[in-house]
Design a protein around this ligand. Sequence first.
Ligand code: 3HC
Length: 318
Amino acid sequence: MSEQEIKDLEKIFEERIANDEKIEPKDWMPEKYRQMNIRQISQHAHSEIVGMLPEGNWITRAPSLLRKVTLLAKVQDEAGHGLYLYSAAETLGISRDEMYKQMLTGKAKYSSIFNYPTLTWADIGAIGWLVDGAAIVNQVSLTHTSYGPYARGMVRICKEESFHQRQGYQIMYILANGTKEQREMAQDALNRFWWPALMMFGPRDADSTHTDQSMKWKIKIKTNDTLRQMFVDQVVPQADILGLTIPDPDLKYNEETGHYDFGEIDWEEFWQVVKGHGICNKDRLEAKNKAWNEGEWVRNAAVAYGEKQKEKQVKKAS
Ligand code: 3HC
């Protein structure tokens, strides 16, 4: 293809983005656009899949059958979210195996939040309320992302996330209105999950590698800082209803801006966790690699079954 032809295609692509058209798998797209989407969508999928671990840790210890069933449903939902997102990334020409290997080897990232331990039952409430709450703020904006399959996957995922957020908030509400020990457990969970939840939105815009180009191509619809502020504004009144204290002495409503001002995130901690040195990074990758190795027989059986089915079809057709 000549340089001029590529320039013409790039111009058409930029016009389509400007007109808020959805880019579909078979459409022409700049290679960089393809790679940026593969990076973000696959890491989003890894986050869903690894996120099953901290919550799965409490399925056998849920305080009632109802809580066990609810948590089971949530963890199964997260697996489904991961599968939608891997499927969306596959439409860009990367295989599931390749993506999975990138996660298993630590080459690809997943959300830092999942490298924190779930120490008490209240953590399951805090994760639903804060982590899924943060995910919803981010993912609602992604329902308008320019890549078609990603945007459509987000619509379905957001519907399920709102159930996740509500069940988490209900856990916190019951604990916060329970015994002294239950209130203390809820406050402790908020203390440990508040700042890591703010880190889910990524580095400050000024320190973000991808935000500029991502916003230009409408891969990202809102910047990291905008989404983070939306989350804080949404959650502070919810914490007030619980009667719990957000662990930020600088948190204050700003009459002028109509937003909550909040303290400085510990960016040293953020980058340590992103670079693999968080409390649970090692455990999470070990658990995923163990599951991958122990699950080999299932993959082999599924391939063998598929081949048998194909043989039957061929016999039937001949
Ligand atoms: N954890 C781990 N890595 C992070 C991170 C975080 N919280 N925030 C940023 N990073 C990484 C980025 O991946 C990038 O590294 P890379 O170039 O190797 O990929 C680097 O830090 C620079 O950050 P940028 O801001 O430039 O990166 P992005 O533009 O990709 O912004 C993001 C980061 C806001 C997370 C964006 O990728 C995004 O919106 N992703 C889609 C949503 C998502 O992945 N959410 C994760 C949680 S999913 C979840 O919570 C499931 C729910 O069901 C519980």
